[in-house]
Design a protein around this ligand. Structure first.
Ligand SMILES: *[C@@H]1O[C@H](CO)[C@@H](O)[C@H](O)[C@H]1NC(C)=O
Length: 376
């Protein structure tokens, strides 16, 4: 049949190729029915062990929420990959700021901090927001003041010799690459001013009619190359997050994330890390999800909310993960990201796009943390 219609065959092949690029399946592991279980993005073994140590004991001291805090705190202390905790991912001013989120899947309470300065214990600050305020998200220096008033250490310098060195090298390289687009820099490193490049001749003609201001503007365009150097090689070391999910012995779900954001971000940028439903989401009735990758894009799709809601409607974790990733890939074929999903049967899976993803799992039939690789 296909032979009689080469066009159709080619079409099917192309469809198939696009699908392979877009959905990045694999890594499915059938799980058992016994809790607890801990899942985390990346081979953050120490973080999973720390969470496991809390949750394996069960009882009041072994809640899913406490385990998530222990796991994410371990990563903050170890500065996992330089992208969690203090000392990494300097922004354009060379400063490190932190983002974190925690969610209790029993009550659907959430606490989060974003662009928090001068306090290194990001996940603990998020937990304080969840447990001691009626709010969900505190930002910037106000988050700092809150965290310190609630007893966390600070103010502390969050930069490290490595982050300062990285930043000076970037400055010397004319602040390339950066996250600006459609701008003209006044100097090598800004300040930047918006430019709008006319896209069609009709529009250009209209602009020229608008007289001297526009004329000058267009001339400026000719003098200065527009800057549009958004990172096209997002990788683990400039865009990364620990996102962790725990189901405790009681079957309660908690999720959490911690990150220092994107390297050389524009100050004030908040990524997907502290955004509920984007970097993580969990519900006792269904299961949980964690995400990592190009947060600026991923947060437009709330992939973890999507994963959990798809599982609620009966999808297997693998299908839900692939579906969430492919929704993003259809609109942004070049995006880089991944999710893991775990349901209430302990079945876990991952899906990724644009990079090879790994996630870590510990459950009661494993001797130690296992790292699962998911290929695009
Ligand atoms: C633990 O996970 C493995 C695969 O990752 C699975 O085979 C096993 O059944 C799980 N055990 C439990 C108790 O869920």
């Amino acid at each position: 049949m296909a032979r009689s219609n080469p066009g159709l065959l080619l079409g099917l092949l192309l469809l198939r190729l696009t699908w392979c690029v877009a959905v990045d399946g694999g890594g499915v592991e059938e799980g058992g029915f016994v809790f607890p279980v801990v899942v985390s993005t990346w081979p953050f073994r120490e973080a999973v062990r720390a969470a496991w140590d809390v949750v394996k004991t069960g009882g009041a001291g072994g809640s899913a929420v406490d385990a998530v805090v222990a796991g994410c705190s371990a990563c903050e202390e170890l500065r996992c990959d330089g992208t969690v905790g203090p000392g990494g991912s300097p922004d354009e001013n060379g400063e490190t700021t932190l983002d974190a989120l925690i969610m209790n899947g029993k009550t659907m309470e959430i606490g989060a901090v974003a662009a928090m300065r001068y306090v290194k214990d990001a996940i603990m600050a998020a937990k304080l927001v969840m447990e001691h305020t009626g709010h969900t998200l505190l930002v910037g220096e106000k988050a700092t003041s809150f965290a310190i008033s609630m007893g966390l250490a600070g103010p502390t310098d969050l930069s490290s010799p490595e982050s300062i060195e990285k930043w000076s090298n970037w400055r010397q390289n004319n602040c390339q690459p950066n996250f600006w687009k459609n701008v003209a820099p006044a100097g090598n490193c800004g300040p930047y001013h918006p430019i709008n490049i006319p896209k069609d001749p009709v529009k250009s003609a209209v602009w020229e009619d608008q007289g001297i201001t526009c004329q000058e503007w267009l001339q400026n365009d000719n003098l200065l190359e527009p800057t549009s150097s958004h990172f096209n090689s997002v990788n683990r070391h400039n865009h990364d997050t620990i996102s962790m999910a725990v189901i405790d012995k009681m079957g309660h779900v908690a999720v959490g994330t911690s990150t220092n954001g994107a390297t050389f971000k524009i100050p004030g940028r908040v990524g997907d890390g502290p955004i509920p439903g984007s970097s993580a989401y969990g519900d006792d009735e269904v299961g949980a999800c964690g995400a990592t990758g190009d947060g600026d894009i991923m947060m437009r799709f709330l992939p973890c909310y999507q994963v959990v809601e798809s599982m609620r409607l009966g999808m297997e974790p693998r299908d839900a993960a692939v579906d969430a990733i492919s929704r993003i890939a259809r609109k942004y074929p070049d995006f880089v990201g991944a999710v893991f999903a775990i349901n209430k049967k302990g079945v876990h899976a991952g899906a990724c796009h644009g990079w090879t993803f790994q996630y870590s799992v510990r459950n009661s039939s494993m001797q130690d943390v296992e790292v699962i690789t998911v290929t695009p």
